[in-house]
Design a protein around this ligand. Structure first.
Ligand SMILES: CC(C)(COP(=O)(O)OP(=O)(O)OC[C@H]1O[C@@H](n2cnc3c(N)ncnc32)[C@H](O)[C@@H]1OP(=O)(O)O)[C@@H](O)C(=O)NCCC(=O)NCCS
Length: 164
């Protein structure tokens, strides 16, 4: 695990008993939260990797990354950092830890889908060599009457990407 960020956050692997805390943080970061049961399934799935970031000595979760591998390809299902902790390289630490772990599991390509207006996430993924490979037009429908938002599909060739 990559141990340090600017906020002295430690990254560890999640276990099923982390589900409730993860659901709380997910709900604080996304308009559509995931329920505890779905998260518990991800945490118990051997093909999934769930990484959790906590400030050293404190049990509260500060960030998470969940991905699922299928053969040599993995997909990032969700990545988020608590709003008050952003900008302290926690997202970066989560990705770099995932990258190392996925490489050690024989994964060579990682894909994800991200809203095309999500500047922070797009900057993070671009910094670590994810490239746009597709676009899902009007993928995100708004419940509050906002125009739909398209999603970008991005992919990263792990061996050629920046890492520690
Ligand atoms: C995307 C997210 C996970 C980034 O986490 P973070 O811990 O704040 O990011 P970091 O501090 O590790 O930043 C790493 C790099 O990402 C980019 N970045 C992060 N936040 C940024 C912002 N607000 N604006 C521009 N670039 C940003 C920068 O390139 C940065 O590196 P640099 O400082 O050397 O330029 C966070 O903003 C978040 O949780 N957003 C809400 C949930 C979300 O949208 N998840 C992604 C779904 S696909």
């Amino acid at each position: 695990m990559r141990p340090e960020t600017e906020a002295s956050v430690t990254v560890t692997t999640g276990v099923p008993s982390d589900a409730a805390a993860l659901a709380r943080l997910h709900a604080a970061c996304f308009a559509r939260g995931w329920d505890g049961e779905s998260i518990r399934r991800y945490l118990g799935d051997p093909n999934c990797l769930a990484l959790l970031a906590r400030r050293s000595g404190v049990s509260t979760l500060q960030g998470f990354l969940i991905c699922r591998a299928s053969g040599a390809e993995a997909e990032i299902l969700s990545l988020a950092v608590a709003p008050e902790m952003r900008g302290q390289r926690i997202g970066e630490a989560l990705w770099l830890t995932a990258r190392s772990e996925l490489l050690s599991r024989g994964v060579d390509r990682v894909v994800l889908e991200v809203g095309e207006d999500n500047k922070a996430a797009l900057a993070l993924y671009s910094k670590f060599d994810f490239r746009k490979v597709g676009r899902r037009k009007d993928y995100y429908q708004s419940a509050s009457g906002e125009p739909p938002l398209s999603g970008l599909i991005m992919a990263c060739d792990l061996a050629a990407s920046s890492g520690p």
